[in-house]
Design a protein around this ligand. Sequence first.
Ligand SMILES: Cc1ncc(COP(=O)(O)O)c(C=O)c1O
Length: 490
Amino acid sequence: MELFGQSETLDDMSVEDFRSAAHHLIEWISNYQEEIETFPVLPQVEPGDISSKCVNALTVEGESYQEIFQDFESIILPGITHWNHPGFFAYFADGGSAPGLLGEMLSAALNVNVMLWKTSPAGTELEEVTLDMLRSLVGLPTEFFGVINDSASSSSLYALAAARNKAFPEIGRFGMFGLPKGRIYTSEQSHSSIDKAGITLGFGTDGVCKVEVDSQYRMSQNALRRSIEEDLEAGVVPVAVVATIGTTSSSSIDPVNEIAQISREYDIWLHVDAAYGGPAAILNELRPYFTGWEKADSIVMNPHKWLFTPVDCSVLYCQNREEFSRAFSIIPEYLQGGSDQGTNLMDYGVSLGRRFRSLKLWFVLRYFGKQGLARGIRGHCKMASDFSSWVVAHPEWELVAPTPFSTVVFRYIGKDLSPEQQDSCNSQILERVNRTGEMFISDTRLDGKVVLRLCIGNIQSKEHHIQNAWNLLQKSSMQITVRNGSLSKL
Ligand SMILES: Cc1ncc(COP(=O)(O)O)c(C=O)c1O
């Protein structure tokens, strides 16, 4: 008793103060959305700039909302990369939307933990209902059961853990000691999250076989078959094949149907990484790219990448949910009570505590409807296709890969430049356009060359933003000249 002195409690912010702060915040967020283009997409800051300004020590008595907000505006905001900006074309564009934001606010307000059905009946059932809606929207059969994770990296890790469990059924009890070596097959162009899963699951990077790709960066079926055969001969156990629909560097699409045949033939788990490309299956005209994905054991797609849903929201679909619960279900004593009621979503991955992420996705799906979502995705693809045609028509630029979705991969080739000079030009162009604050694109390397990527995924990006990006790119290329064989800036 004495240890804690007199009884005391902490009072939350009063409802009146909360209401007034929340009104202010909503007003600020609405203005932010309206004025988003007045912010530079990329902040003009150096590493350490933000932390060095957060000099205020933690006060003894706490501070007012106004004081905290003032620091948010003066210190934090200048260090924000504005993913909501319509000129954000880097990576995959993680585009949110206003209805998604409203759902996110509500989920923060309710603050439920969707671990067992009992801890959030509505959170559990809405996740099932929403993912059924999404599943039918992208044309997957009803057998697919979905769960929401934070990221595609987690979703793929869980899928590959379930695959590992299927290949080595005793692994959950005895671990990997004494087991033969296992292998995951994926293309040279697949995302690094597959390597990370390989490391985390004990296969190591050597346990992830990088199958070669063709001239359009798609996994070679023959090379895949060859690798599997060689491994079988050497006593290595094939654990999973990971095919990608929309690879990170070039948005290439692996031949999923043919890969599915091979996986079935050898009885190997097939995981499809459609983290970016998945939502494109909403469009009937793009469905042929997805042929065969319904044969996969598991599929990941990220509504936070290309379905107007704020981060984080990654959907993992699986054909046979028991494969996942076998890999992950452990019900400790303190959670036994009521664990036999309804679905317990904690059974399908590593996290026990889970956010109420389905609420924002439900808001997005219901607000925009089938037609609206299709219009958004189709509009992005059309803009990307227009941009590609401008690149193709220009003698000093080249398209590096096909543009099946909303990502354009291209580069400046100039006139009579050596490969090294072309690389240097592209890096300089990237730096210059990103410095304008009007746009942000990223680069990567394909076949050893520096290439630029423009990805359209933001609901606010319209044709004039794409046109502006193209103008800025051309302008930047003209400001770089070659003198005496080396590049210089005008
Ligand atoms: C094809 C692909 N898969 C997986 C990921 C990982 O996504 P996340 O950031 O959700 O882990 C990415 C990231 O861009 C990706 O491009």
